[in-house]
Design a protein around this ligand. Structure first.
Ligand code: HEM
Length: 89
């Protein structure tokens, strides 16, 4: 995965709700590692795949990006989110 591309995809598509790894709609569901581990199904088995699943399919108030982002863009943005979560944003 390409983290530079993922960073650009994040800025263009995710920042509106997740700037700095936060969540402006559901404040408790941030993109911190602890919250990802708590709320994302399968995170402990394959963290990047668990993020990509939610980006692809959406969840509640979060839109699905299937058809709006390519699978490569989804892979890149998921790797970027995981990398930032590992570093504490
Ligand atoms: C949750 C990633 C775009 C709204 C999440 C989570 C991830 C994520 C990994 C799980 C966090 C957790 O449960 O602690 C992304 C990425 C995006 C994106 C990578 C861009 C490609 C957006 C946008 C919105 C949004 C644009 C608002 C319109 C939400 C909401 C949740 C959420 C409301 C909580 C969903 C729930 O569990 O009910 N996001 N997101 N996201 N995101 Fe996004």
């Amino acid at each position: 995965a390409n983290l530079a591309s993922g960073s650009q995809v994040f800025a263009a598509n995710c920042n509106a709700c997740h700037m700095g790894g936060k969540n402006v709609i559901m404040a408790n569901k941030t993109l911190s590692k602890a919250d990802l581990a708590k709320y994302l199904k399968g995170f402990s088995d394959d963290a990047q795949a668990a993020i990509a699943y939610q980006v692809t399919n959406g969840k509640n108030a979060m839109p699905a990006f299937k058809g709006r982002l390519t699978p490569t863009q989804i892979e890149d943005v998921s790797a970027y989110v995981l990398s930032k979560a590992e570093k504490g944003w």
